[in-house]
Design a protein around this ligand. Sequence first.
Ligand code: ADP
Ligand code: ADP
Ligand code: MG
Length: 665
Amino acid sequence: MFKKLLIANRGEIACRVIKTARKMGIQTVAIYSDADRNALHVQMADEAVHIGPSPANQSYIVIDNVMDAIRKTGAEAVHPGYGFLSENRKFAEALEAEGVAFVGPPATAIEAMGDKITSKKLAMEANVSTVPGFMGLIEDADDAVKISNEVGYPVMIKASAGGGGKGMRIAWNDAEAREGFQSSKNEAASSFGDDRIFIEKFITQPRHIEIQVLADKHGNYLYLNERECSIQRRNQKVIEEAPSPFLDAETRKAMGEQACALARAVDYCSAGTVEFIVDGDRNFYFLEMNTRLQVEHPVTELITGVDLVEQMIRVAYGERLSLTQEEIGIKGWAIESRLYAEDPYRNFLPSIGRLSRYRPPAEVATSTLAVRNDTGVYEGGEISMFYDPMIAKLCTWAPDRTTAITAMRDALDSFEVEGIGHNIPFLSAVMDHQRFIDGNITTAFIDEEYPDGFAGVTLDEDDLKRVAACAVGMFRVAEIRRTRITGTMDNHKRKVGTDWILAVEGTEFPVRIEANRHGTTVVFEDRRIAMKSKWTPGDTLTIVEIDGEHHAFKVQKITAGYRIRYRGADVKVRVYTPRQGELARLMPEKLPPDTSRMLLCPMPGLIVKVNVAVGDEVQEGQALCAVEAMKMENILRAERRAVVSKVNAMAGDSLAVDDVIMEFE
Ligand code: ADP
Ligand code: ADP
Ligand code: MG
């Protein structure tokens, strides 16, 4: 076996590869940029080599720099992870020229599949079913409109070099085709350095279902079943699962066999993924083949028990696959949630900064439950603007789908991330969504169910009372401690009362507390909530046993109460004595400043274009300007009809979050 492996990547995937290499007794080499000097993958590897400044195009994707690191350390093999150089033909060739093993497919297969136009043509030749469309290149916006009309709306405008959901727009009419063509082209140019665009039919009500393939250099091809990745936002996967709740055995086999046929057509070896789009009648169409390890590979590992990274390394060394198709079964159900540094309350805009708190739930691996968290960050570390906004991949596995979902809810409830905006509340909301629970999903799920974005979850009265009960329980514990401390100095000892008013979401509940050594019972007018918890003041997470069930609440002290986060809801509970309650009712409410006449920059970023000038009347939905952040171009639009009175920024300006871009009359 190889003695030394270099991982040409960063973040969670570099850490994940290092884990398997270590298990196999292989020495590991990490590479890192300026921003990643103290990154987790650097800490985990046996050796680490600095390869350049923070921007990936000056470090991680500079082939010469990576080759230098290989020479310097004498690594015999390279695992590229995903993204970066993983699907770069020139990199695979450079390694081959130096006699270093590439833990991936042959350069010819990368080349054939790396381009969406070429791969689609190849798939058609291999009798794999493909999405109808126009296979030529689109020259300009007029051409895009013409071709879109020929293909028939809705259409998908795609960058041939695209990946990671970037450089892709749906268009329902000529105006959108024109605008979509331009933004796809810009995004493709800045993300991939290749702005070729093509157009295909947009499959409506689609599900994204992909097949994991594995092949060796001796002509053996296997499929390791499917992953369903229909929960996407902006064509970027958010939640994945295996198996798919939609496939039957027959469709699974047909898709698996077509995937293997395509792999065979390009003499594939290593792990790879053939992505399909599946319509409501289970017709499936080839989308693209990813010639690398996929972000969401852990769900496949959890249901098959196969370590894909280990298999990739063995195949690269020349070993034969020791598994047969018959041996690959489906055991249980696995779900993955991608934690992104994206603020769900601000339309999922990327958020950067220091992780002032990062406490994932404990990993578990038993015969009835698994919790796995693939991550590349740590508490105190920084989420920088240079790379992907993914913080972690949280997976749960259980014998059945319902139990896996329940496990995911609990794991999300006890996952603490502070200091940056993140999507945990949104992930929790999806886990509680009836359509998701029923498995009735399409790639339009998020757009359809959250058309105005995500505004948080409103708890039903039952849950709200549980949260409120938990808050008053904690309040009482804190009060008792406080009176003990001050009581020694006071002559007349204060007694902690039993009657309280709980103010939650505009509703007030008078309660009485009964406490004894078995726990605390909070008595509402219409129900009693018995709870047990080991919370002490200062704890930011509490596991509370309520009526025999365990719930995890994230807790933060606020004036006169607690902020509690639970199941995607973010609730402030104020606890008053009956007298304070009366006074609180007389206090005027503090109003936030009026920003309705301003366009604020929703994230730190670069202004690429300002579309309007002072005096312009803009209509609702009209594009006002474009801001680039984390390689994505975000178009900011008018919320209502207005007249522009002031423009404070121009193309090329770097803005901070909440900077005022323009003002309206
Ligand atoms: P990427 O390389 O960025 O992953 P894909 O071609 O795999 O690009 O597409 C990403 C996602 O966009 C898919 O998972 C699917 O949800 C959606 N998509 C792509 N093409 C189509 C299409 N023709 N019709 C409907 N949805 C599509
Ligand atoms: P796709 O969306 O192309 O079908 P994935 O969902 O597997 O496939 O996403 C791959 C994307 O992940 C890459 O295109 C890249 O934008 C991003 N990426 C690359 N390297 C890293 C990394 N180290 N950490 C997080 N994300 C990364
Ligand atoms: Mg894809």
